[in-house]
Design a protein around this ligand. Structure first.
Ligand code: FES
Length: 159
């Protein structure tokens, strides 16, 4: 068994394989493995004696569960009202294009970035706002956002 699955197995066992603990089990596996892999969801279904479809539907219902591995750097563009009014959508679109993402794919092919949205970061006075690895960047434009990503890419490439 892969290491990721051994860990998932241990977590499921620690909850006594109880169906009522499904959410808690998924939460803990995600905390440890950073996401819920297909194999992990299958293992949960097997051990909790549930259908894989049911486990999937729960995993996709809750927004904070991630079914794909996250990139090294996590970008969140605020789409709350204040940021939306101050044009956060073009920022999101520019990053989406820059990272060559598709509609379903949130992580760049090189595994460096994951792009997400967030409802309101509580920093509306600084709109439009985005975060990179939790650090808030204020009054962004598509251009300044891409400069930040370019900088990280260069750092990662050791340039
Ligand atoms: S709406 Fe973006 S920080 Fe509040």
């Amino acid at each position: 068994m892969k290491e990721e699955l051994l860990l998932a197995d241990k977590i499921i066992e620690s909850f006594g394989c109880q169906r009522s603990e499904l959410i808690a089990i998924m939460q803990e596996i995600q905390d440890k493995n950073k996401y819920l892999s297909e194999d992990a969801l299958q293992l949960i279904a097997e051990k909790l004696n549930m259908s894989v479809a049911k486990v999937y539907s729960v995993a996709t219902f809750y927004e904070n569960f991630s079914l794909e591995a996250k990139g090294k750097h996590n970008i969140k563009v605020c789409t709350g009202t204040a940021c939306h009014v101050r044009k956060s959508q073009p920022i999101y679109d520019a990053i989406h294009k820059y990272l060559e993402l598709t509609d379903t794919q949130k992580t760049s092919k090189d595994g460096l970035f994951t792009l997400e949205t967030v409802a309101c970061l509580g920093a509306c006075g600084l709109a439009p706002v985005m975060t990179i690895d939790g650090e808030v960047h204020a009054k962004m434009t598509p251009e300044t956002a891409l400069v930040l990503l370019e900088k990280i890419r260069k750092e990662e490439a050791g340039e």
